[in-house]
Design a binder for this molecule. Structure first.
Ligand code: BJW
Ligand code: ZN
Length: 243
């Protein structure tokens, strides 16, 4: 609390004085040090495919076994990974910040919630959930999700991973855009800025008057749109920013 407040006042005086509103966007880089591979870095290929080619509704139709196998494997790996100091710092920010805060994650892992973050939206879906392609119902899901799994709500054999594929509309866009328009500070952590609409959030927040800060291992596609960029591992930069 005190550490958070003093650091924030030092770095962002008027934001802190007004109990300003903060939006944090996270990407794969925040979970990299927990042992989850990123998409576009070295070794970040998807079973030898580009994520843009296989992470689509068309690929799910053409080769459902491939798509389900990929997500079954990542879901099964969740118990073996743990939140790192970057997730933990954001959970402290969520608990301690007196003003509005919203953590928007592009990640489908559950490390933010396991660290204790509550003001959280998963814009690209979640490994811990299944989506019915027939009726749109979303339900918590653990364990493998083979093609042909049945929906409890409508009975159709149409359950699929609850993942936002390319060409699909991300979740919670209205709430996210409202928060971006209202925020005083926008912070982007561990994302390459290659995927829209998330890559456009910095420009939207800045257009509405927010200050913008990027924390990333290397300059991203949109680094020049931020007021400030700090380069380094999230496990160091996020605690330095929050605590
Ligand atoms: C570290 C670190 C450490 C590493 N510490 N940092 C042409 C132009 C513009 C847009 C389009 C276009 N053609 C199509 C589009 C739209 C398309 C798109 O953006 N395509 C681009 C490829 C061009 N987007 C969509 O289709 C989206 N929907 C949509 O647009 O609907 C219409 C719409 C319009 C307007 C408003 C609203 C809606 C849907 C996108 C769905 C993305 N889905 C995925 C899969 C999720 C499931 C899964 O996990 O498998 O989401 S793709 C993948 O990329 C995943 C990620 O969430 C997303 C972003 O990746 P992220 O997180 O940035 O990871 P990386 O690997 O790219 O970067 C990691 C970064 O971390 C790097 O910079 C590292 O340096 C850094 N790093 N270690 C700190 N220790
Ligand atoms: Zn259904």
């Amino acid at each position: 609390g005190v550490g958070l407040a003093s650091a924030a006042r030092r770095l962002y005086p008027d934001v802190m004085d007004q109990h300003g509103a903060i939006v944090v966007l996270t990407g794969a880089g925040i979970s990299a040090e927990s042992g989850i591979a990123t998409f576009r870095g070295p070794g970040g290929l998807w079973e030898g495919h580009r994520v843009e080619d296989v992470c689509t509704p068309q690929a799910l139709t053409a080769d459902p076994a491939l798509v389900h196998r990929f997500y079954d494997g990542r879901r099964a790996a969740l118990p073996d990974v743990r939140p790192n100091p970057a997730h933990e710092s954001l959970a402290r920010l969520d608990r301690a910040w007196p003003g509005d805060v919203l953590i928007v994650t592009q990640n489908v892992d559950d490390l933010h919630e396991r660290a204790g973050t509550r003001r959280l939206l998963h814009m690209h879906g979640a490994l811990t959930s299944a989506l019915c392609a027939a009726c749109g119902a979303r339900a918590p899901h653990a364990g493998p999700l083979p093609p042909g799994s049945r929906c409890d709500a409508c009975g159709a054999a149409a359950l699929r991973p609850d993942i936002v594929f390319f060409g699909e509309y991300p979740y919670e866009m209205e709430r996210i855009e409202a928060a971006l328009a209202a925020c005083d500070l926008f912070v982007s952590i561990g994302t390459s800025g290659a995927v829209y609409p998330a890559a456009g959030f910095v420009a939207l927040a800045a257009a509405y008057g927010a200050r913008t800060l990027e924390l990333n291992l290397e300059p991203s596609a949109g680094s020049d749109r931020f007021d400030e960029t700090r380069l380094g591992p999230a496990s160091r930069l996020v605690p330095e920013w929050v605590d």
